[in-house]
Structure formats: C-alpha cells, structure tokens
Design a binder for this molecule. Structure first.
Ligand code: F6R
Length: 603
C-alpha cells in the first residue's frame, strides 16, 4: 500500500536515485507516482498518473540537480488515482510522502478549514501535511512538531518529510506502516523496505513505532517517543539486489513459479536435517486458530485439513480482517498461527496483537525477514522463499503450505500419530519434490492448451473435495486476479446447492481429484456439470490413470501421486501455470494486475 523513499547525500542526482529505488517498491501500488526535489533551495514537485514509467517519461531529458529527494508510488485509498491526489503533498513549508491512512483526517480537516487552510486534493495525506505545517508555525523544533502532530493522528502512517527552511534534511517516522532508514557512504535513505535501497546499500536501521529519524547526508539521528536520542542496531539485508531482477524471465511471476522447486525442496530438507520446531509443544494447546488474508488464508485452509485429518487437532481458519473484530475464544491455551508473506499485512498484524492481548501463543509463518509480524510473533518460522515481486503470490503461498505440512508432521510425531511407513513415504516425497515440480513446470503445452480453451469465457468454476477444495480456492484466486476472468471455487458437493444454475453450454469447470477416498464422489460432481453443458478440465493423479477420463472430461491432466503433505503444492503449481498462460492470452499485465498492491498495510 504505497511505497516511499527519500534520499539525501553527496550525489546531485537524487532524482535518479529515488526513482531507481521507487521502481523496486512498485509492487506496493502503481496508481500514480511523484517526486519532490530541492532545486537551488526551491522544492519542486513532479507527478504522474499510473505506473512509475509515466513519471520517468515525464522527467526524461530534464536536468534536475538536487542532493535531496523524496518519492512515492501510490495505491489509492482516499481519492481517485490522479495527479492532484498523487504524493508528494505540500502545504506551507512542509512537503511529504505518506504510506497508511489517517483515519481522523475529516476531523482534522474541519479544524484546518476553520483556520482558513485550503486543500487541492481529496487525500488524508494532504490534511496530515497541512496539520504538521500548522503546528510548525508555532513549534519550530521539527522533531517536537512531528511528535505533536503524530499524537493527533489516528490510523497508520510512514512519513518522509522535508521542510523548506532546512535544506538537505529528511525527517521520518512511522506507526503501523513499515519504514527503514538506509545508510551508505554516499548518503542516507528513508524507505518503505530494504528492496528500495539495495542498489545502493545493504545497511539499514528498522524504525519502530513512535521513533523519529533525522537524516542528513552523513548522519542519521534516531529519537525515541520521549524525543531522546537513541542508538539503534544497524542491520545488513540478507536479500541481494539481483533477486529483485527478472533474470531473463518474461515476468516476475514466471520467475517465481520456476523458483518453487528449490524453495520447497529447501524447506523440506531444512525440516528433515535440522528440525527446529521442538519448542512448539502441540500437546499444550486446546485449539489452533489460523489467521491470514487472501492466498495466505488459502494456505491456512490446506493446513487446517492436514492438522485435522492427520494430527487430530481442531483448527479454525479466519480471515484476519474479520478475526480482529470478532469475539473469538482466544485463551492462553490457543495457538494462533498468523501467515503472511510480507509480514506487514495490517489486518494480520492486528489479529496477532489481539491474540497477544488475550495471552495466546502466536506463531508467525513469514517470508519477509525482520518484518513486523516476524518480530512480534512469539515464534517465527521463516519460509525463506526470497523476495516475491509479482503481485500475485506463487512461491510465497506454496512455501507457506510447505511449512504447515512440516508443522503437522511434527504435531503427529508429538502425538504418536505418525507411523513409520507414512513418515518414510513423506520423506520420499520430500526428496522427490524438486524433480516433481520441475516436471510439472515443464509441461507448458498442457497449460497453454487449457488456456486456449478457457481464455475467452467470462466465468469459470473450480471444484474439489477435501484438500482439493482448499487448493481450488487458491487456483481460483490466482486465475481471477491476474486474468480478470470471473472465477469461483466450490466444494464439489456444494455446487448443486445453488450455483450450478450458472453452468451453461461451454462454461469451463476445473475439477481436482487427488484423494483416493473422494475420487469417485468428485467424478459424480463433474458429471453433474457436464450434464448441464460444462467444459470439464480434470486434474488428477497418475494412480487413477485409466481410459475413462474422456467419459466425463474434455481435457485431463495427471500429476505424480504423492502423500497429501506435498500434493497440494504440486497441484497449486500447475494451477498457477494455467492462470499465467490464460492471463497471457488475455494480454493482462501479469506482474501488476489492476487495482491490486502486494503489501496491504491498510485495513
Ligand atoms: C494473492 C495475494 C494476496 C496475499 C494477501 C496476504 O495472490 O498475494 O491475497 O496473499 O494480501 O498477503 P501477506 O501474505 O503478505 O500477508
């Protein structure tokens, strides 16, 4: 939800530096972008509607000499995505970029309007800017001014701020939106995350809620909430700049799909060789709550199935934006598992804090190292999937499923429910995962064939039972978010309770059947759709291979049969590729689907 970066340093091409960094933050939003530079003591703003490339085109050929710049890429919350609403915003002596939402901005705006302040945009950010400027008129100590202003703001914010009367200094602060301060010999940065600064430095400081940073070209001073100077640990980023490049792939999504064989194999071998989950005592908990958003919630659905069916542990899965406001039975005997690729999702973070406040144990399954959810969880298990740039998650999701599988195996061991035979089979699957996934990825022609049959339809349905039903939810989301086709996922037995009325001649139905016990039931459900004209695509495992698929399906694809601890991952990779090929045929912007942003740091 919006990316921000600021640079002040020895170099006079601050504009190019922040634009390069901003491009690595584009996954956070791409409705509009803008930059503010100090040119010969005058703050100039340049803004553009749409992606950062539009801003770059606008600035092409302009000689802008400045050693300080702040920049922003926006995911619109308050006001349309146009140039007026684009950041930076400016009022009086204050210019700033903001990530987050000032929830009480209407109240503050009224106060400012009564004082005669006028506004150009519809944004909460312009109000925050004007509010800081208003306080600055009487409080000239900038840190004190910011502290006073922030104490009036409700909601979330990460700000990078420049003042007209103090050249080459950037101030920064945050609450519930991420912000780091980057350090280099040539200058210093404020940014939403380390990806923005990796081309220049790997050294950074994590700014915590309530802290303020004063950033100059050769010094960074951090103040705590009592406005006292404090020392902070300097961290070194573990992800490198090259991991943020496409490295020859047409899309980041395709690159990330192709990284899954290694990512998942690494998780399984880490688990088998160095299981560090022994501090999680599953016997201690009455219940497990899995809480997450979007695809991470879908990973939770797979986890629920595995926990309940194999470890006999009751599990609920909740959408974080609901859980945080619900009257759940959260007690000190609840294990609350928060799943988040970014580790910054606002609702998931709020759910984590709620669970803490009720004394539950919290376990974060997180990809972004050092992110807020990772830091605030009692126990954090990293997926170590590497940076995920495509807005639609692929390796982020499958790595979450892989971690959940290993947790379930651990719970089974602790409860004496893991037979030697099953464990041997699982270990076999773990060692085959990389070659199986590579084999699935290599079957490109199969996915193009499916895509050609479905891409010109308006509606599509996914059906499956048991674990396949959970996998369908993610397959359906993947397809709709990147191809803009309407798609719904249904437990196969549920479709006939209403939604089957939408099936007509040619409607594509993707059915998944990998479970021995449920296989025939799912086939009956496919037949129900076929009888009403559906175009049925059947995905199953090679142990069921027989000649009868064509009796009830128009296309069938088979996968290697494995235990359910890895099967969901394999089917998901296949569905990602169908979504990818379909989106390609529909000429969609695969890595940056419309209206989306990768890191959802607002409610
Ligand atoms: C879909 C997708 C989203 C995220 C969701 C949670 O492809 O990526 O649905 O899964 O926004 O994000 P994280 O995992 O960062 O909390």
């Amino acid at each position: 939800m919006c990316g921000i970066i600021g640079y002040t340093g020895k170099k006079m091409n601050a504009k190019d530096i922040v634009l390069a960094g901003l491009k690595n933050l584009e996954y956070r939003g791409y409705d509009s972008s803008g930059i503010a530079v100090n040119e010969n003591g005058k703050i100039n703003l340049y803004k553009s509607h749409g992606k950062i490339s539009n801003l770059e085109d606008r600035l092409k050929g302009k000689e802008i000499l400045s050693s300080t710049a702040i920049a922003h890429t926006r995911w619109a919350t308050h006001g349309k995505p146009n140039e007026t609403n684009a950041h930076p915003h400016r009022c009086g002596k204050v210019t700033l970029v903001h990530n987050g939402i000032i929830e009480n901005y209407m109240e503050l705006k009224k106060e400012l309007l009564e004082k005669g302040v006028t506004f150009q945009s519809e944004t909460d950010t312009e109000v925050a800017c004007a509010y800081i400027n208003d306080i600055y008129e009487s409080e000239k100590d900038k840190i004190k001014c910011l502290s006073k202003a922030c104490s009036a703001f409700r909601g979330s914010y990460a700000f990078a701020i420049i003042f007209d009367d103090e050249k080459d200094v950037i101030y920064a602060t945050r609450k519930d939106s991420p912000l780091i301060v980057g350090l280099s010999d040539d200058g210093n940065f404020a940014a939403s995350d380390v990806s923005a600064i990796l081309d220049f430095t790997a050294k950074y400081i994590l700014l915590e809620y309530g802290e303020f940073a004063k950033i100059t070209k050769d010094k960074v001073t951090i103040y705590n909430a009592d406005l006292k100077e404090i020392e902070k640990e300097v961290k070194v980023a573990t992800w490198s700049a090259t991991e943020y490049k496409k490295n020859g792939y047409d899309h980041f999504m395709l690159k990330e799909i192709n990284e899954q064989p290694d990512v998942i194999a690494n998780i399984f071998s880490r688990y088998l060789n160095d299981c560090n989950y022994n501090d999680i005592d599953f016997l201690k908990y009455d219940a497990i709550h899995i809480v997450a958003c979007g695809s991470a919630m879908h990973a939770g659905m797979v986890g629920k199935y595995l926990f309940q069916n194999y470890a006999n542990i009751p599990v609920t899965v909740d959408i974080a934006s609901e859980y945080r406001y619900s009257t759940q039975m959260i007690t000190p005997s609840t294990l609350v598992i928060i799943i988040s690729q970014s580790g910054e999702t606002a609702d998931s973070l709020a759910a984590l804090r709620l669970a803490h406040s009720k004394g539950a144990t919290t376990l974060g399954i997180v990809n972004a190292v050092g992110s807020t959810i990772a830091r605030e969880s009692d126990i954090c298990i990293y997926t170590y999937a590497g940076p995920e740039i495509a807005v639609a998650t692929t390796k982020g999701y499958t790595s979450q499923v892989a971690i959940l599988s290993t947790l379930v195996i651990n719970a089974m061991k602790q409860k004496g429910l893991l037979s030697d035979e099953l464990f041997e089979n699982i270990k076999q699957d773990f060692s085959n995962i990389s070659s199986n996934l590579n084999h699935i990825i290599s079957k490109k022609e199969d996915y193009i064939n499916v895509a050609q049959k479905i891409f010109d339809h308006n509606d599509l349905f996914f059906i499956g039972r048991g674990i396949d039903s959970a996998v369908c939810m993610e397959g359906s989301l993947k397809l709709k978010e990147i191809s803009y086709m309407h798609s719904e996922s249904y437990a196969a037995g549920e479709l006939k309770h209403g939604t089957i009325s939408l099936i007509e001649k040619g409607t594509p139905v993707i059915a998944i059947a990998t479970n021995n016990d449920l296989y025939e039931k799912t086939i009956s459900n496919i037949k129900e759709t076929k009888a009403r004209g559906a175009f049925a695509i059947f995905i199953t495992t090679d142990n069921f291979k027989n000649s009868t698929f064509e009796d009830f399906s128009d296309i069938s694809i088979t996968l290697p049969k494995t235990t359910e601890f890895v099967q969901a991952i394999e089917v998901s990779v296949l569905l990602q590729l169908i979504a990818y090929e379909t989106a390609k045929l529909r000429n969609c912007d695969i890595d940056k689907p419309k209206n989306l942003a990768k890191s959802v740091t607002v409610e």
